[in-house]
Design a protein around this ligand. Structure first.
Ligand code: PRP
Length: 180
């Protein structure tokens, strides 16, 4: 169901097509049996589609998840990344592809990449479906990026606003309060 506050930025079909291209880019640079680590919750829908697209490319990835959070119920990052639960134990000595829905300040991806490296993952590639380069606060550029976007508030395809809208099968822009 479409909420009037949400304007479609990337329809589901466009996301699907880009995810397929990303899998082809990944196949050219990453070992077929890479361990893909998805950051919860935001990456769950992207992960499901990306893993299937990697299978279409003949890859045989292992799949892990890690839950981290820096926004809580806020729309601005707290600046501190919190790991919830345990780090996947099976990354030591393994090639890892770290996957997130969005690279904003970059703190989550950088913190988590460093954590995986400290725990023996080698090498580590990073992949973000969305990238807001103008928001970057730390030095990191994902190795694989789906769409570069301006600094608008996005929801859907796993991405929330105060835990709403994750279910939307497309990526949308959430209008600021008072705009609609
Ligand atoms: C969001 C998003 C990314 C991160 C990006 O996660 O899913 O993981 O913020 O922002 P950054 O580049 O500024 O670190 P959030 O903390 O909201 O948790 P969630 O994935 O459970 O929604």
């Amino acid at each position: 169901m479409v909420d009037e506050r949400v304007e479609v930025l990337f329809p589901g079909a466009e996301v699907d097509a880009r995810v397929g291209e990303l899998a082809r880019e990944i196949k050219d640079r990453v070992p077929a049996d890479v361990t893909v680590v998805g950051l919860l919750k935001g990456s769950f829908m992207f992960m499901a589609d990306l893993i299937r697209a990697m299978d279409d490319e003949g890859m045989t990835p292992k799949v892990e998840f890690l839950q981290v959070s820096s926004y809580g119920l806020e729309t601005t990052s707290s600046g501190r990344v919190k790991v919830i639960g345990d780090l996947p134990g099976s990354v030591g000595g393994r090639p890892v592809l770290l996957v997130d829905d969005i690279q904003d300040t970059g703190r989550t991806l950088k913190f988590t990449r460093d954590l995986l490296v400290e725990n023996g993952a080698d090498p580590v590639w990073t992949c973000a479906l969305l990238d807001k380069p103008e928001r970057r606060a730390v030095e990191i550029e994902a190795d694989f990026v789906g769409f570069v976007i301006p600094d608008v508030f996005v929801v859907g395809y796993g991405i929330d606003y105060a835990e709403n809208f994750r279910h939307l099968p497309f990526i949308g822009r959430l209008a600021p309060e008072g705009e609609v």
